[in-house]
Ligand binder design. Structure first.
Ligand SMILES: [Zn+2]
Ligand SMILES: [Zn+2]
Length: 347
């Protein structure tokens, strides 16, 4: 069995790997989820084109992507500025920001993995514009773009979409990554993430898909069974500086990875996907390397990773799977989506 701690260089913490050799990699069991066929349009979906949302606002009759301000934001631009001072050592400050929603497609029943490369490219373009737009506003120090997918992470509406929180504060994970990356750059003159890419390349076992300028891999220090990253090979602090061919390669690599995840259990793989881009707080984060992190909550088709004693109580992740084995499961998957394959073969 594997029983070791692995250093997570981006979070500066240890990940405990306790993988039993007897615990064989998943070997072909298919989860028979009752996936009722969803319609392409749903009259009462608040994200479908032309529908009226609960706020009374009406969605555009969009044909590709659609961006709107979240009707129920967790952060607002009108947060009260004069907060009551709490007692003793406690601190508070206003949580200001703008929350938006980006619909990926007018079709209710598609997922990101089923969009074609040009549609994903277009989505990356939209996200790039949002990052630029929002970061230019005063008092916006960070633009967090993320997608929650699947009921396993609490999403009841399958219409493909992501969310944007542009805030006056920098979210903790990005703040940590920016701090350790800046320090690594100052100390060594190198980009921390480039050192990670080099180590992954040299080992090779955890690389899942690759194109000329982008790579998808399961990091050595993965905390979740199917935790995977996608990154351009050249360093960019955000999506905004990738050239056209890099965006294309990135879209292709991301799509390849998502298709393999879906194919693993032949179901829309649930996950939290986050774009890690440099904070927009006026500091030049030279050492920051844009990437996407995908955290799926599932360990097996019917088994969630529960956060418990080690994670919640102790603060370190305990993984009972070896990243090399889990990456191997994904590497052998087809890069043709199972739904597409079924259509072609007439299943
Ligand atoms: Zn819909
Ligand atoms: Zn990251």
């Amino acid at each position: 069995m594997t029983w070791e701690e692995r250093w997570h260089p981006l979070r500066e913490e240890w990940v405990i790997i306790a993988a039993h050799r007897q615990d064989r990699p998943w070997n072909g069991e298919i989860l028979e989820h009752d996936h009722a066929e969803l319609p392409g349009y749903l009259p009462d979906c608040y994200l479908c084109p032309g529908n009226t949302r609960i706020s009374g606002k009406r969605n555009d009759d969009y044909s590709r992507t659609f961006v709107f301000d979240n009707d129920h934001p967790c952060v607002g631009d009108d947060a009260p500025a004069n907060l009551k001072t709490p007692t003793g050592l406690y601190l508070n400050r206003p949580a200001r920001g703008i929350a938006r929603v980006v619909c990926y497609s007018p079709k209710h029943n598609l997922t990101l993995a089923e969009l074609d490369v040009s549609e994903i490219e277009n989505l990356l373009q939209v996200r790039r514009e949002q990052y630029l737009d929002l970061s230019a506003l005063s008092d916006i120090n960070h633009v967090l773009i993320f997608e929650n997918k699947g009921e396993a992470v609490g999403v009841s509406n399958p219409h493909p979409h992501c969310q944007i929180y542009a805030t006056n504060f920098v979210f903790k994970t990005i703040e940590t990554e920016a701090r350790v990356s800046d320090r690594h750059y100052a100390e060594t003159g190198r980009v921390l993430f480039q050192d990670i890419l080099q180590a992954e390349h040299d080992d090779g076992r955890r690389i899942i898909c690759e194109s000329d300028s982008a790579v998808a891999f399961m990091p050595y220090f993965a905390r979740y069974a199917y935790e995977v990253y996608v990154a351009p090979k050249r360093t960019h602090t955000s999506l905004t500086t990738l050239d056209q061919s890099e965006v294309r390669d990135f879209a292709e690599t991301l799509r390849c990875l998502l298709v393999k995840l879906d194919n693993l259990w032949r179901l829309p793989f649930p996950y939290v996907m986050t774009l890690h881009q440099a904070p927009t707080n006026g500091v030049d984060h030279k050492g920051f390397h844009f990437h996407i992190e995908i955290h799926p909550p599932m360990r097996r088709p019917n088994l969630l990773k529960y956060l418990a004693g080690p994670e919640i109580g102790g603060g370190n992740f305990l993984s009972d799977t070896a990243p090399e084995e889990k990456a191997a499961e994904l590497r052998v998957q087809s890069d043709v989506h199972y739904k597409e394959a079924a259509l072609v073969s007439g299943d």
